[in-house]
Ligand binder design. Structure first.
Ligand code: SF4
Length: 204
């Protein structure tokens, strides 16, 4: 059986943390099996919770706009979240919930093996930090920085919901995804030394 389908079944049956009580539908990752990058969000919002799919609400529209402007096609990305069940309205996931749910993201990473991971927002950064056993920092400190850890490059970004709260940052968000698209192109055509120098890559 498809390992991603197996994983999705496990997510849908999961009762490992208290977020099981506030969800309508657990949200599995979405995308083709060989994407150029994996985008990791925070937690499902109300539309995602209703649909059981990631990034179908207002944040998803902001993200789609930035990806389209950068020329990134939908089949080039895999969308997922740091926790799969919606917290009660108005609260972000707890660190304990992110850590518990990170086992699913770890399996997704190991199955899909994207070269580039884009954690969006602090919860996603926390989840990736847990999986890689590395400290990345808060999004305000690491936005747009390029890290290299083992087989992955990591470029943290603000979560699209932060852009919705502060629309003045939309242009910055689009520029960041244009740079990510250029990075992906360089990754396919250029040597590692060139990439490290051009993007000031930090090995962690
Ligand atoms: S948030 Fe993750 S760990 Fe918690 S119940 Fe949902 S799927 Fe399970």
């Amino acid at each position: 059986m498809d390992p991603l389908l197996n994983l999705c079944t496990d997510i849908k049956n999961c009762k490992k943390c208290d977020l099981q009580y506030s969800r309508k539908n657990p949200v599995c990752g979405f995308g083709r099996p060989s994407p150029k990058m994996m985008l990791v969000g925070e937690a499902p919002g109300s539309k995602e919770d209703d649909a059981g799919k990631p990034f179908v609400g207002r944040s998803g529209k902001v993200l789609t706009l930035a990806l389209e402007k950068a020329g990134v096609k939908s089949h080039e990305v895999y969308l997922t979240n740091s926790v799969r069940c919606r917290p009660k309205v108005g609260r972000t996931p707890k660190v304990s919930e992110i850590k518990t749910c990170s086992s699913f993201l770890r399996l997704e990473l190991e199955t899909i093996r994207p070269r580039l991971v884009v954690p969006m927002g602090n919860s996603a950064i926390q989840s990736i930090s847990t999986i890689l056993n590395r400290k990345l920092g808060r999004i305000s400190e690491v936005n747009d920085k390029v890290f290299h850890c083992g087989k992955y490059y990591i470029i943290p970004q603000y979560h699209p919901s932060a852009i919705l709260r502060n629309p003045k940052k939309m242009e910055m968000f689009k520029d960041s995804f244009a740079r990510i698209a250029a990075f992906l192109e360089d990754l396919e055509t250029k040597k590692m030394e060139y990439i490290f120098n051009k993007y000031l890559v930090q090995s962690i």
